[in-house]
Design a protein around this ligand. Structure first.
Ligand SMILES: Nc1ncnc2c1ncn2[C@@H]1O[C@H](COP(=O)(O)OP(=O)(O)OP(=O)(O)O)[C@@H](O)[C@H]1O
Ligand SMILES: [Mg+2]
Length: 374
């Protein structure tokens, strides 16, 4: 039997649950030729959701091209990757390399070899100076070679364009081209919510109001529980309902952690003869997961200035709706105005979230780390 739980990278098919409503809404927007920006904290399942959206569209004959900005090292690299991915997606539809080459003025397609020695198509900018003009070339490409009304371009971790060092030029160039492409839909997503919000919601930025905004929150708890029970069942194991609830609670109902804890629990059970998950397996699974994440949690914590660290620790121990004097005394917090500033920053970074009006750390493992360590 294979472990039925997956975590770390994008999940699809049977490893993917819920998200039906937001998927339907996103499909509606994209189908209407409009653009989407999707925000959400880390590990909530943004990339998986967009992956499912692409799978649905591909099944209907759409061309879907995706670039993860996290994998892009420079402007030249972006131009090359973007052109390559579009070419790869449409090449079954439109003809030859020569046809594609004719569409570019400043980008040269070349056949090279990849790391494993296989032939690979590369696109090079004719000269470094031509960089921004080449950007314009590749942004124009979808409208030239992709089917109108059936093309989706996805840019994951979109906020990383800021690290290409072009200032607002990338955004300006892209926006000016794609606003004349009513038949191509774009989805922008990423985990640095505050950076994306600035890009799409501040009037001075090129992408202001250019995409329909979606926020990915946690799935309904009963869906998460059902998923855990069903996945164990699919490999002939029994996961009692109350223990599935314990998994979801330890995971803070964050999909990544739900899968990770379940995966460790599966390993614990699969190692023995019983086919039923016990409470002890889950506690052990959580500790195993925590052990692998402790260093990461500590470095996330230490990356914040002191006032924010104090607030993070307080919220880890005691989520709250208000920061009154009692609360601030109990947790040795600074003045109201300092707390408010720290809170705003942490919310903007998706470290803190208001759940039904109660401020909590978004990451349950970070909360565990901070509430148990000192
Ligand atoms: N709908 C889902 N059903 C089941 N598991 C999911 C779902 N969405 C996410 N997950 C779990 O969360 C993990 C992370 O998902 P994904 O990479 O899509 O999240 P993300 O929000 O893009 O994360 P990041 O911010 O790190 O890019 C997956 O490997 C999977 O274990
Ligand atoms: Mg992602």
């Amino acid at each position: 039997m294979k472990n039925p739980f997956r975590y770390g990278s994008r999940v699809s098919g049977g490893a993917f649950f819920d998200r039906a409503r937001i998927m339907r809404d996103m499909l509606g927007v994209v189908d209407g030729g409009n653009n989407v920006v999707l925000y959400g904290p880390r590990r909530y399942g943004k990339s998986s959701l967009v992956g499912e959206v692409m799978a649905r569209l591909r099944a209907k004959g759409w061309v879907c091209a995706e670039v993860n900005m996290m994998d892009v090292a420079s402007l030249e690299d972006f131009v090359s990757q973007y052109a390559r991915v579009l070419y790869r997606e449409v090449s079954p539809v439109v003809g030859t390399l020569r046809h594609i080459a004719g569409l570019f003025r400043r980008v040269t397609p070349k056949v090279g070899v990849d790391d494993e020695g296989r032939p690979e198509l590369k696109f090079e900018i004719a000269s470094r100076k031509a960089g921004v003009a080449a950007l314009r070339d590749v942004f124009e490409l979808p409208a030239k070679i992709c089917p109108a009304g059936r093309t989706l371009v996805v840019l994951d971790e979109f906020q990383e364009v800021e690290s290409l060092g072009l200032g607002a030029q990338f955004e300006r160039t892209m926006r000016s081209v794609i606003q004349n492409q009513p038949d191509i839909a774009y989805v922008f997503l990423g985990s640095k919510t505050h950076m994306l919000e600035r890009m799409f919601s501040s009037p001075s930025r090129p992408f202001y109001n250019s995409a329909q905004k979606f926020i990915l929150s946690r799935p309904p708890e009963d869906e998460s529980r059902r998923f855990v029970v069903e996945r164990f069942k699919s490999v002939g194991m029994t996961m009692p309902d109350d223990l599935a609830a314990r998994v979801v609670s330890l995971a803070g109902n964050v999909p990544y952690y739900v899968q990770a804890i379940s995966s460790w629990a599966y390993n614990a059970v699969a190692g023995g003869r019983a086919r039923v998950v016990r409470a002890a397996d889950i506690e052990e699974a959580f500790q195993s997961l925590y052990a692998t994440e402790t260093i990461l949690m500590e470095s996330v914590f230490m990356a914040h200035p002191e006032s924010q660290r104090l607030l993070m620790r307080a919220l880890a121990k005691e989520p709250t709706a208000r920061f009154d004097e009692d609360y601030r005394d109990r947790h040795a917090l600074p003045s109201t105005s300092t707390v408010n500033t720290a809170l705003r920053r942490l919310i903007r970074e998706s470290v803190v979230e208001a759940q039904d009006g109660v401020y909590t750390l978004s990451d349950p493992l970070l909360a565990y780390h901070l509430s148990t360590r000192g």
